[in-house]
Design a protein around this ligand. Sequence first.
Ligand SMILES: NC(=O)c1ccc[n+]([C@@H]2O[C@H](COP(=O)([O-])OP(=O)(O)OC[C@H]3O[C@@H](n4cnc5c(N)ncnc54)[C@H](O)[C@@H]3O)[C@@H](O)[C@H]2O)c1
Ligand SMILES: O=C(O)[C@H](O)CO
Length: 389
Amino acid sequence: MAASSVQVFNAAGKFRVVSTKPMPGEQWIRALVNAGCRVEVCTAQKTILSVEDILSLIGSKCDGVIGQLTEDWGETLFSALKKAGGTAFSNMAVGYNNVDVDAASKHGIAVGNTPGVLTETTAELAAALTLSAARRVVEADDFMRAGKYDGWLPTLFVGNLLKGQTVGIIGAGRIGSAYARMMIEGFKMNVIYYDLYQAKYLENFVTAYGNFLKSQGDTPVTWKRAASAEEVLKEADVVSLHPVLDKTTYHLINKERLALMKKEAVLVNASRGPVIDEVALVEHLKANPMFRVGLDVFEDEPYMKPGLGELPNAVVVPHIASASKWTREGMATLAALNVAGKLQGHPIWHNSNLVLPFLDENVPPPKACPSIVNAKALGLQVAPPPSKL
Ligand SMILES: NC(=O)c1ccc[n+]([C@@H]2O[C@H](COP(=O)([O-])OP(=O)(O)OC[C@H]3O[C@@H](n4cnc5c(N)ncnc54)[C@H](O)[C@@H]3O)[C@@H](O)[C@H]2O)c1
Ligand SMILES: O=C(O)[C@H](O)CO
């Protein structure tokens, strides 16, 4: 990578930290500079950096790196970072399926991620995709712009009503539960979910909201924890996917499981592309024109499988689910504080779901790393909750 493609902040800093991309806002740069870091930001006009590009950014002395979900952080990069004296890495993302965490742990390198700050933003985009697909917003917009509208018709762009229907969630963690809450409260949908763990907060929320509706003489909303993903697919009118991507969720939605879904169902994916077998999805969309999808992520990002882009029953957007200003600046800040905290020898924050104290520009951040996924493997100390100090 040419030296001219790097912007340097605080050149005399004690720790050398590289960010493989410019990131939004300035709070993240201040956080690193305040921790005594020299910050080098790669400004090369290349969207996805290769392993070779990143090796040249790491060079012979590098204490920490902030990387992106498009990069392949495996043995090659972690051994190079270790050799350069590095001990800290953070993805600027909550998902870290692009990171070989075992390789990082083997080299004693902490791996950070950015949970919490993107939960509501991502859930809102999943809700937007749901509405766009259910009510055919993009098809209708294209039609309008093409000058085809020549008057109201009873049959024009008829779609699905959400109220009173069932929303299915696969992966009811932070984002899945937030999305479910939006669809339940916003559209009075019932919910069925499948997760390896009980979504207690979601269940309590639906029960309480259902009781409120009942007290007002309205039909209460209901919840059900399914025993399998198949049960969700069979019963739901809308299915939204929010699991992590790993061996258990790769191609979780395949030809056989698509066949279980209702013919007029809506499927939304704002998790990771490979959770869906996209070739099978294209075939299913072709065979079932009333089945609609809203996709933020793709199996071979940045590409779509052949045919997908031409289908009117697919709404497709380029992995923008966390793209609100506050969220993206917050993600950058959390990633920087993961790296800065590790280099300063800070412990790990007691609860990686409660990251707001790190994001207030007017107050110094807690002396902790907001979220390190391999803290246990590295034997890193966890800070006690502030109330216990
Ligand atoms: N499109 C985007 O821009 C965007 C933004 C943020 C997150 N994401 C993706 O969303 C994922 C979820 O984020 P989160 O913050 O809600 O994480 P989370 O850990 O809170 O939730 C993930 C849930 O998936 C569940 N799960 C794991 N394996 C499963 C399986 N086999 N079947 C069903 N459920 C399973 C987990 O138990 C957990 O509850 C991230 O890992 C990331 O890949 C995408
Ligand atoms: O995992 C993530 O955080 C997203 O894909 C980008 O926000």
